[in-house]
Design a protein around this ligand. Structure first.
Ligand code: ZN
Length: 206
């Protein structure tokens, strides 16, 4: 059985200490807020800008999931230079976190869950986002474990996985371009506790 934890991940600190920062990026960057910086790739690399975002990262058997997936997908640079975890990525992400966590727990999203969001927030991207989560919950579809930290869009920098609920366990499944499968299996009770503890702590912090 695999062990899951959900912990604050200082991605900005990771980035500043990385080799990539010096070799691939302009050294001047913009501080967007406590959670995010925006930085340009060196002009000759032609990769535009990116945002580096802090968030809550999954640790599996003590290792950050992003690190495991970089290896599995054979990424040329870490996914964390362009992607962001779906949980705890800004100060007020609690309501989004709750929806995303529904997809990890296979809990149907109710109209009450959605009523928290103001009407003006329910634009096309939001409906797409909910639709993706619903498919993950109801049809075991692949969904985004990490999102593009520049635009949040589903069409670039995808890192998809799926969650299967079994009788006494939850499984996570990833597939790479070589048709290889990476699978983790967690004991249900401790798995559910990880997410519930996270939400509880968020509420206490607010
Ligand atoms: Zn994007």
């Amino acid at each position: 059985m695999d062990k899951l934890e959900l912990q604050f991940f200082d991605n900005i600190k990771r980035f500043k200490n990385s080799k990539d920062f010096k070799s691939k990026f302009e050294q001047e960057y913009k501080i967007c807020n406590d959670y995010q910086i925006q930085i340009n790739y060196k002009k000759e690399l032609n990769q535009g800008c990116t945002r580096i975002n802090n968030f809550f990262e999954f640790y599996i058997n003590g290792i950050p999931l992003s690190q495991i997936l970089d290896k599995f997908f054979n990424n040329s640079e870490t996914l964390l230079n362009n992607q962001n975890g779906q949980i705890g990525y800004c100060k007020n992400s609690y309501n989004f976190d709750k929806l995303v966590i529904n997809s990890f727990l296979k809990k149907p999203i109710t109209s009450k869950d959605l009523s928290i969001f103001p009407k003006e927030g329910k634009e096309e991207w939001f409906l797409d986002f909910v639709d993706e989560l619903n498919k993950a919950i109801n049809e075991d579809a692949f969904f985004r474990f990490y999102i593009c930290s520049v635009c949040g869009d589903g069409y670039c920098h995808l890192t998809l996985g799926k969650v299967i609920k079994n009788e006494k366990t939850f499984s996570w499944i990833f597939e790479n371009f070589k048709d290889e499968t990476l699978k983790f299996e967690f004991d249900s009770d401790s798995y559910i506790k990880v997410f519930n503890d996270y939400l509880k702590e968020c509420l206490m912090g607010n």
